[in-house]
Write a protein of this length. Structure first.
Length: 244
């Protein structure tokens, strides 16, 4: 019955959004009203399916049962809300201090002073990206800070902007799982504590560190294979940059 209810609601959603001039279309004919309502639609779908499923199983007999289940579900978020508040304060103060930006600029200067070439330069950039990712969680913010410095510098050394960005993504993605400023860390910790009560941030980082290192090594080797074999990084894109 829950599956039937799901199919009916999907059909109803299509009926009010697919035809021209439908309820979920604006005057230009786009589906922006549907996009703005997607959260409410999904909530109603899961609510209806859950009520039908619980009613058939006998776990939901009245509105009181729904209230109890809702309060129990919200109770599990208590730890997440408290932890998120503390983490948010730390992230805000860290951003205010500009330590992440200072570290990024300092890393660029160190990398420039090493005067490396080709593949070694990319490997060093991967390491710098891994370190900076621990301090600046936003991928776009990191790239906005690093790109104006590293892309021109690497182009002068014969490395294409695409290869520079690929190396950046290798370093950025490999330490996401151990970045203490990552916004998802509180949620992960709450999930861990449901099974291991004494879990802490240190527990999470120590568990994920081997995976982080393994990911960095594998992806770096994968990138170097493309560079050494001269394989295209994308359609018509090479790791080597030749000045016009």
């Amino acid at each position: 019955w829950a599956a039937i209810a799901f199919a009916v609601m999907i059909g109803a959603t299509i009926a009010i959004s697919a035809p021209e001039g439908a309820l979920m279309r604006d005057v230009q004919g786009t589906l922006k009203p549907l996009e703005h309502s997607i959260v409410l639609i999904l909530m109603l779908m899961f609510l209806v399916m859950g009520l039908i499923y619980g009613r058939i199983l006998g776990t939901v007999k009245s509105d009181a049962d729904v209230a109890v289940m809702t309060s129990d579900g919200m109770a599990t978020l208590g730890g997440y809300i408290v932890l998120s508040f503390v983490m948010a304060q730390f992230i805000a103060y860290f951003k205010w201090s500009n330590l992440g930006i200072v570290t990024a600029v300092s890393g660029a200067e160190v990398l420039r002073s090493l005067q490396l070439q080709g593949p070694l330069l990319l490997v060093a950039f991967v390491v710098v990206s891994m370190i900076i990712n621990l301090l600046i969680a936003s991928a776009s913010a990191k790239w906005a800070i690093m790109a104006p410095v590293f892309v021109p510098m690497f182009m002068l050394m014969g490395v294409s902007p695409e290869a520079t960005q690929a190396a950046y993504r290798v370093g950025d993605s490999s330490t996401n799982m151990i970045a203490p400023l990552l916004s998802y860390i509180p949620l992960i910790l709450v999930a861990m504590r449901r099974y291991v009560k004494e879990s802490t941030l240190g527990t999470l980082l120590s568990l994920m560190l081997p995976y982080s290192i393994s990911t960095a090594i594998v992806w770096t080797l994968f990138l170097l294979i493309y560079v050494f074999l001269g394989l295209p990084l994308g359609p018509g894109v090479s790791a080597e940059f030749i000045a016009p």
